[in-house]
Design a protein around this ligand. Sequence first.
Ligand SMILES: Nc1nc2c(c(=O)[nH]1)N[C@H]1C(S)=C(S)[C@@H](COP(=O)(O)O)O[C@H]1N2
Ligand SMILES: [Mo]
Length: 337
Amino acid sequence: MLIKLSKASDCKASDITPESFYLSRRALLGGSVAALAASALPCEVGAADISRYADVEAGAAPGWFSDKLATARWQAVTAPGEGITPYKDATHYNNFYEFGADKGDPAENAGSLKVQPWTVVVDGEVGKPGRYVLEDFVSPYQLEERIYRLRCVEAWSMVIPWLGFPLSAVLKQVEPTSKAKFIRFETLQDPSSMPGQRSNFALIDWPYVEGLRLDEAMNPLAILAVGMYGRELPNQNGAPLRLVVPWKYGFKSIKSIVRISLVAEQPRTTWQAIAPEEYGFYANVNPEVDHPRWTQARERRLPSGLFSPNVRTTQMFNGYAEEVAELYGGLDLRKNY
Ligand SMILES: Nc1nc2c(c(=O)[nH]1)N[C@H]1C(S)=C(S)[C@@H](COP(=O)(O)O)O[C@H]1N2
Ligand SMILES: [Mo]
């Protein structure tokens, strides 16, 4: 089983620059445009805080999160040559339909989400099912910072420094049975705090559901995140626990997870159920397979505007082919989009 990342996106000693550069980047950047070269930052273990990135708002991190940060492995995976998306864009241009369909709605409305206490259920085809409060669920794992590209199916993208732990570590802990072939995730369903679940014209059959094949879930790049930019997840980004699968379109990276089930059959996932000819179960980033209504060959890297559209070429598997292509050997990616 693959557990070590040793390819292009791994943090290498050659990426390491003097601490002085790293500590002064905030001054260098003047605190406004936060784009910085991820590969120029060091890999390290130890305490850090939000001053690591420019313009990050302090949250209300619970004690367990601060304790976890103290032993986090920073820059465990980087995105060499990429600039990190400013915090403001990553937290104010969101898709989280539970809080509205406009990009600004989640930042505006997700304050109503109550993330403490939070319960996660693990059930289905597992030797060790359970119902955990979040801090117990997270307790066995070391936090790692993973700087990943995030490519939305709508053809925009960002680069986000997540804090989380490999999904494979959770799977080892819960012991899938031989019948387990897929993993299914479910978001909280709570119309009282999620206005998008109350709207009449909602096309989504709540709760939001996503899933992966078990071998995809075991790939070391797939993580469960509890933080980003050196702090806990803001509500609009899927607090307090979300999936991040960087080689797939963003809609696979389900937010605010309350249930993780190991199952024998391919789960019925939200976007595939709404428009199966547009959104597949696999949803691997693929510049050669267009969406029926737009090209997937290019993307707008945020921040992006009319006068600086910041368009770039989309990479196969979002640039993670070396790590994940082997999962799809023999599969026709035009049919299994
Ligand atoms: N529960 C839930 N998870 C979700 C979504 C959603 O609407 N509801 N949107 C998805 C989409 S389409 C994308 S692109 C990413 C966006 O994550 P971000 O807002 O943190 O960038 O979240 C995904 N996870
Ligand atoms: Mo998306």
